[in-house]
Design a binder for this molecule. Sequence first.
Ligand code: NAD
Ligand code: SER
Length: 323
Amino acid sequence: MPRILVTGANGQIGSELVATLRERYDHNQVVRLDLQPPSAPDGEAPDGPFAVADVRDRETLADIVARYDIDVVYHLASLLSASGEQHPDRTWDVNVNGLKNVLDLAREHDLRVFWPSSIAVFGPSTPRENTPQQTVLDPTTIYGVTKRSGELLCRYYHRRYDLDVRSVRYPGLISYKTAPGGGTTDYAVDMFARAAAGEDYTCFLERDTCLPMMYMPDAIRATLDLMTADPGEITVRDSYNVGALSFAPHELAATIRRRVPTFSCSYDPDERQQIANKWPCSVDDTAARTDWGWAPEYDLEAMTDDMLDHLRTGEWEGESAGA
Ligand code: NAD
Ligand code: SER
């Protein structure tokens, strides 16, 4: 049974990935790492092994890998697109130097690594519809620059050192358990949370801004399917496009309104609009489908039903971190 380290484990993806990995493998085989301890009910210790560390601190990371005898790393620690524009130096440091620390440790200890890239690697010269796997990559944000740099670093380590590092370009992820942390696609989660609370919503993107999105259960399944695929099936070693849904804010608002007739959405775009304008509407994920059988399960209607059901039963931890 593999011993697993998840960095950035307190975040939107990490919190759900850890729970799924702990169901699938032995609870104590999965170690969470983040800048803070995981939250726990008052007076109780956090559930399962965890380490408090900064991924930029190579020595501490090495100690953790050795102490827990780690075999596999899901390296999620990162700043996202909107917070990245507020802290470009830190974003480079965490996203690129943190990744290099993980890749170097993986070389030394023969670890398998998952590292997520993003639709942020695309830019204004990239075709916006059905964006190909191989295409122009001209990111305009520091976040996108770190993601494309990370993709190239992963592919280099695979070719040069035969490191088994695997990656997908997640679209905007939608979930109800943990608030997203400083992304441009966070509006969708915010809109659901407001609607479920019986409130109206002012969207920080324009009504017609179409972006690729994915529901968290599909994202977790994509991650685990890629990580358990036979190495011989993996032909893309920078990062796979993975598609699921594409919609604009007004389409999401209309889908919610069919279930919450009183819900109203207005539009007041801010600086995140400039980021979203450079990203695609949909991606061509033929390579992921062919190589390791990727196929999403949730469409917009099914996701909306599931999100509202869970949010109405109180499974929501608060405001989006937004930007
Ligand atoms: P998040 O912001 O919710 O969580 C990131 C976590 O990383 C946080 O808990 C934060 O405390 C931690 N972290 C930040 N700096 C750190 C450091 N120096 N050392 C240790 N931990 C640190 O992000 P997320 O949405 O869970 O994203 C996880 C990964 O997936 C990131 O690489 C992100 O770029 C990628 N991704 C996410 C989305 C999305 O829509 N959520 C889309 C594309 C790609
Ligand atoms: N959802 C992420 C963001 O908006 C994309 O990587 O930053």
